[in-house]
Structure formats: structure tokens, C-alpha cells
Design a binder for this molecule. Sequence first.
Ligand SMILES: NC(=O)c1ccc[n+]([C@@H]2O[C@H](COP(=O)([O-])OP(=O)(O)OC[C@H]3O[C@@H](n4cnc5c(N)ncnc54)[C@H](OP(=O)(O)O)[C@@H]3O)[C@@H](O)[C@H]2O)c1
Length: 300
Amino acid sequence: MRAIVAGSQGLRIGEVAEPTPLPGEAVVRVAAISLNRGEVKRALSSTADWCPGWDAAGTVEVPAQDGSGPPAGTRVVGLLPSGAWAERVAIRTDALAEVPPGVSLQQAATLPVAGLTALHAIYRGGSLLGRRVLVTGATGGVGLLACQLARLSGADVVGLVRGHAEVVAATGAEPATDLAARAPYDLIVESVGGQVLGAALAALGPDGVCVTFGTSESSAATFDVGAFFRVGGPRLHGLVLTHELRVESARVGLARLLRLIERGQLKTSVEVIAPWTRVDEVARDLLDRRFTGKAVLEVA
Ligand SMILES: NC(=O)c1ccc[n+]([C@@H]2O[C@H](COP(=O)([O-])OP(=O)(O)OC[C@H]3O[C@@H](n4cnc5c(N)ncnc54)[C@H](OP(=O)(O)O)[C@@H]3O)[C@@H](O)[C@H]2O)c1
């Protein structure tokens, strides 16, 4: 079968072995995949051949042998540790959710990494009713979903942008180029790193929490460590999606996100839809930030 292979020549479609499912895995015929910044960065800098990919949506071809997952023919979306960008994949049923009618596989494909990261970052804020939330990297795949989820939770949301303010305004968040101007915040969903992380920590209100999960600008940051020891001082949580999913499985979170989309409460931001043969070009455009939101590739 065919799959996207990363290597010294960039990303290309190559021939790989068919998946061999474990008893708790379903084989899914993939129709749509989405690209994430972290995997694309790694894939485009690798020299040895390997099969990247975290997000895949398609149809169950062979149900899980242990009976834990949906039957053949069910439309599903799932998260893989790697190798999702292939014609067929074996996905653990606890990382697989049924896609409801009315939600396209292209929409669903944007959810595993970006949607679950946004969801778990929002969970870390506790009840957000009437509270103030800052989302940095607000125009990105995670950011646009985090803005909406925070709004849905009843928060006043500020989205930090360096352009494309209208995209963030459409989520119901207030776009801002200076995060300090709207401080203090109860929750900061932070993925830029560098100077933005330092400024974000200083912009937290009493007992506020900053959830850091990305370093799109830089992983080096300077901040006042003493602030952490003061009463009501800031709290910093490093979010790693795979760790969060040990507490609530991807299946549960994906089902929650899909329900919100089905009801029209959450919108996916699919900015690019292209055939998977264009993976190298779209991946480079993503890294160079030539579009906001998510890119989806159709597998055919
Ligand atoms: N820890 C985890 O488990 C986990 C999970 C998911 C994602 N991540 C990380 O989280 C980050 C966001 O992911 P994503 O998929 O949303 O990425 P993305 O779609 O590429 O979005 C990146 C966002 O960061 C902004 N940005 C990029 N470079 C910047 C810079 N130098 N200064 C200020 N803003 C900058 C972009 O703004 P413009 O639109 O203006 O370019 C955009 O809003 C990535 O670093 C990713 O690796 C981590």
C-alpha cells in the first residue's frame, strides 16, 4: 500500500507494508489526514526514511478483533503515534471515535492533535465561566480551536495575533497584538514560547495558570521565578498531549469535539484542502505560515 514517507528528499508517497493490527486495533481505510506543526517540522528535517502522521479519518475496513471498536463501514477519526498518513492504518480503539452524520471526514481529520490539545489546555483552567483567557498563537491550528472552546466555556477570550486578526475575531475572541494591554488573565493557553511565554507569565492574575505546550517562536524564555513563590502567584503547566490522554482517552475527547461540531457550536478552520500528492509543498507552506488554521490532505 502507499503511505507518505519522510526522508532526505522531503515528503513523498512511497510503498510500505500493510498494517498488522493488534486485537484492540481497527484497520481504517484513510480518506483524509491533517498536518501538524510538530510532526511536519520533524518530518522535513529527517534524513532516514520513516512514516510520519498523527491525524487520520476514514472508514473502518476491519473491526478490532476484541470487539472493542465500531463495525466495518463506520466513519471514524483517530490519533496515531506515527504513520497515520497512509492508505490504511491500524488504530487503537481507545484513540478512535465515530464521526457523526453531518460532519465531514475532512473536518474530523483536523481534530486529533489540534482539537485534543486545545481541549486539554482548556480543561486545565477549570471553570471558565466569566473568566479571562488569553490564547497565544491564536491563528494556528490549536489556537483557533482553543479560542472557540474557551468562549463556549463562558470566558472572555483574547487571542494574541501578529496578523490575520479577522480570523480570530470570527471565533468570538478579541484579537490583540499586545497581550499585556488586556491583562490580567485567569488562564493562558500558550504555544509561542520565547518572549511571549515570559510576558504571559507576568500577565496572569492571582492564582492564574499558564498552560505551555509549544515553542513556535523559541524554547528559551526569561521570566521572574520569584513570582512563583508569592501567595496567589502564577502557575505553569507543561502540557504534553500523550500524557493528558492517559487520564482521558482520545476516544472520549474526540467524541466530545465531534458533538460540538455536529451541533454547530464549534467550527473547524480548514484553510487548505489538497490531494496528498502535494504533501511536501503543503507541509512547507505550513511551516512558513503561508496559511492560518489547518491543512487537510485527501488520500486517493
Ligand atoms: N505539547 C504538545 O503535546 C503539542 C500538541 C500540539 C501542538 N504543539 C505545539 O504547539 C504549537 C502550535 O501548534 P499548531 O499546530 O497550532 O501550529 P500552527 O498551526 O503552525 O500555528 C502556529 C501559531 O503560532 C504563531 N507563530 C508562529 N511563529 C511565531 C513567532 N515566531 N512569533 C509569534 N507567533 C508565532 C502563528 O501565528 P501566524 O499565523 O501569525 O504565523 C500561529 O498562530 C506548535 O509549536 C506545536 O508543535 C504541542
